[in-house]
Design a protein around this ligand. Structure first.
Ligand SMILES: Nc1ncnc2c1ncn2[C@@H]1O[C@H](COP(=O)(O)OP(=O)(O)OP(=O)(O)O)[C@@H](O)[C@H]1O
Ligand SMILES: [Mg+2]
Length: 254
């Protein structure tokens, strides 16, 4: 049985730029969700399989994270079995490959409750990210009013020109930067050990923990964002239906 669509928080992490931090974000969020006792599942759509390989390195004494290798070849009949999500999963973290066709982009993002785009702040990365976000809005038809799309600035040192450029660019699109992950060897060491930075000694990872928890608070607020949009749409359609038809207004003002 799969969890009901309503309860499942499907978080898709995507950006065609290789090495921007997709798998890092997926694995660290999964580890943090696991610490909170929410039995997360990672679904890895990247043939490189970085997140699944991370899961294999994970010791059995750490909190359990379920893994699904979506790229594993399988017979058609067993495909849905292979992709089934355990019924106790509340948070599904989807890792994606560096290059995706428009169809793949539409397929992966269609029923997502959250879309996270990690962006590194070099000029080239910002250029690639801006094209990609435009694709998401136009090709995958992501409605910005749904507010399910957010950026995580990764490997960033604040107070740099490139960071300011990234902020301006996203501001112009109305897309929030919900967290800033600093460039830290903690992420590299955690990846090697199959753990999240939140599973390292807290005194070493205070800043990373704060940022991860900020991301999780934003991700977990998806039902409220959805409800707000439904309210907005209802208010709009009510005010449209209570307005007199255009020709009546024209006649009465004549
Ligand atoms: N904030 C960070 N600080 C230091 N190193 C980082 C940080 N984020 C990611 N890295 C390192 O950068 C490398 C690339 O990160 P990652 O594999 O998460 O990127 P990716 O977007 O998944 O790449 P790909 O497109 O190849 O799948 C990894 O070695 C990772 O440990
Ligand atoms: Mg990856």
């Amino acid at each position: 049985m799969t969890p009901s669509q309503h309860a499942l928080n499907k978080i898709v992490v995507l950006n065609p730029k290789g090495g921007c931090g997709k798998s890092t974000l997926v694995t660290n969020l999964a580890a943090r969700y696991a610490q909170y006792g929410t039995s997360p599942t990672i679904m890895d759509h990247d043939p490189q399989g970085s997140s699944i390989a991370w899961l294999r390195r994970r010791g059995s004494d750490y909190f359990k994270i379920h893994g699904i290798d979506a790229c594993k070849p399988s017979m058609q009949a067993t495909r849905s079995w292979q992709l089934r999500i355990p019924s106790d999963t509340n948070n599904l973290l989807v890792d994606s490959p560096a290059s995706m066709s428009h169809d793949d982009l539409r397929r992966l993002s269609s029923d997502a409750t959250n879309l996270l785009v990690p962006v590194m702040p070099s000029a080239m990365d910002i250029h690639a990210a801006s094209r990609f976000i435009a694709d998401l809005l136009l090709v995958a038809k992501i409605d910005r009013r749904e507010r399910k799309l957010a950026v995580v600035a990764n490997r960033t040192r604040k107070n740099t020109k490139s960071f300011a450029r990234l902020m301006r660019f996203l501001d112009s699109l109305g897309i929030p930067i919900i967290a800033v992950l600093r460039d830290s060897q903690n992420f590299v060491h955690a990846a090697e050990l199959g753990i999240g930075v939140s599973e390292m000694p807290p005194s070493r990872v205070r800043d990373e923990l704060r940022q991860l928890d900020t991301i999780i608070s934003w991700l977990d607020a998806w039902p409220e964002r959805r409800a707000q949009l439904a309210d907005q749409k209802a208010a709009q359609s009510q005010s449209a239906s209570s307005r007199p038809p255009l020709h009546t207004a024209t006649l009465s003002s004549a």
